[in-house]
Design a protein around this ligand. Structure first.
Ligand code: MN
Length: 288
């Protein structure tokens, strides 16, 4: 297993200086920095290359996370929107290849968060499958894992459980497509989190970790030892990436719906210390 975190733990905006965050995650003991994939479309090739060299120098890898906007929804009823979404996600993967980022993760079978203005789940599913087949070809050619994130009912109608994720993967039937499970979402939707991980088995391509309120692992009540056992049962070797959201404010707070300070007033030094301790806790629980 490789451990990482989303940079947005430290920001209130969905952008950042990833060279600085690469150093921060290395200092905390992580192997992976997860960035906002959309930023790769506005970075120059020189900036991408600079980040690639910084990450390589630190010995960390970069995964790329995206919540596609509604006008880039590859499951949309509107064929022009689906085409725009396929182009958007394909262009991101071209940039990821330059960065040597080998996992694209998120709700990349529709948009995020859903506006719930189209409740035709089957229609969205079928159109999503057709689009993901085309994106899987791009991902496969570039050696990128295309990881579909299963999220809770308040964020999409399409994939809410591991079982649904497996059916969608079977419908797409392309090796470059994997599933992303996230303990925060699973806590809402799954009957049993470790059993869902075992059910995913070798289709699991990425794991997001966080408590039921998206606090750092170890701060809440999720069964981390049992989750670790399930990961060992499936011989999981891929990314375990934290997505802690503990501060209200900004676009991050608004999109994630953080309306209070979950960090209990932590300043930046305390935030750094807390995430380091959480990583030590998680490694103990997951590595056995
Ligand atoms: Mn997630």
């Amino acid at each position: 297993m490789k451990f990482g975190t989303l940079y947005a733990y430290w920001t209130s905006d969905w952008h950042g200086d990833y060279k600085l965050f690469a150093k921060k995650v290395k200092d905390a003991g992580f192997d992976i920095l997860e960035i906002s994939a959309g930023d790769l479309l506005t970075m120059s090739d020189a900036e991408i290359n600079e980040l690639k060299l910084v990450a390589a120098d630190l010995g960390i890898s970069i995964t790329s996370n995206i919540g596609p906007p509604k006008d880039k929804d590859v499951a949309s009823k509107d064929p022009a929107v689906r085409e725009a979404g396929i182009k958007f996600l394909s262009d991101i993967m071209t940039q990821m290849d330059k960065l040597d980022s080998r996992a694209l993760v998120g709700v990349i079978y529709t948009c995020w968060p859903s506006q719930f203005d189209d409740l035709d789940k089957q229609g969205m599913w079928d159109r999503g499958v057709q689009s993901v087949k085309r994106l899987a070809k791009v991902a496969g050619d570039l050696g990128i894992d295309y990881c579909l994130e299963v999220v809770n009912r308040f964020e999409t109608t399409v994939l809410n459980t591991c079982e649904e994720g497996l059916q969608f993967l079977a419908d797409v039937d392309m090796d470059s497509v994997k599933m992303l499970l996230d303990t925060f979402h699973m806590n809402i939707e799954e009957d049993n989190i470790p059993d869902a991980i075992r059910l995913a088995g070798d289709k699991l391509g990425h794991l997001h970790v966080g408590e039921g309120n998206r606090n750092l692992p170890g701060q809440g009540s999720l069964p981390w030892n049992e989750i670790g056992q399930a990961l060992r049962d499936i011989n999981y070797t891929k990314g375990v990436v934290m997505e802690p959201f503990v501060k209200a404010g900004g676009k991050v707070g608004e999109d994630i719906k953080v309306w209070r300070d979950i960090s209990k007033g932590a300043d930046e030094a305390t935030m750094d210390k807390n995430i380091k301790e959480s990583l030590e806790f998680l490694k103990k629980a997951f590595l056995g």
